[in-house]
Design a protein. Structure first.
Length: 132
């Protein structure tokens, strides 16, 4: 059984990330999104419990300490994880590698590493111009 992935974010960020990830690597079962705008914390928890149950899932959230992150951490159990700071590289890693890992913990560590590697500061390729 594949590890499920649920992207839970404020607004439509999750929808956009899931759409782009599936556009790049194809549709996958048990990979979806949920927006939390205008939903109470209790309703978020109820929807999360219904969606993930007790199966192996990773819930991706946009920021630590926010409503989605707190609610997700409240509902997860054994064999489930919440990963904060979701980005496209992390989701691509999840989709590419999830069938290779039996452990949510190992897959989560791999995705966090891959997602972190996508973070860089890029500077202009042009040399600095002298002031006139």
């Amino acid at each position: 059984m594949s590890i499920g992935g649920l992207v839970v974010t404020h607004g439509s960020l999750g929808e956009s990330l899931v759409a782009e990830a599936t556009r790049l690597v194809g549709e996958h079962e048990s990979f979806t999104w949920m927006a939390t705008a205008g939903i109470s914390a209790e309703e978020i928890r109820r929807k999360l419990r219904t969606r993930v149950g007790s199966d192996p899932w990773i819930i991706f959230v946009d920021s630590p300490g926010t409503g989605p992150a707190v609610c997700a951490q409240d509902v997860i159990g054994e064999g489930q994880a919440v990963v904060t700071g979701v980005n496209l590289a992390m989701l691509l890693s999840f989709l590419i590698h999830r069938d290779r890992y039996d452990s949510v913990e190992e897959l989560a560590r791999r995705m966090v590493r891959d997602g972190s590697r996508a973070l860089e500061v890029l500077w202009s390729r042009d040399p600095p111009h002298p002031r006139d």
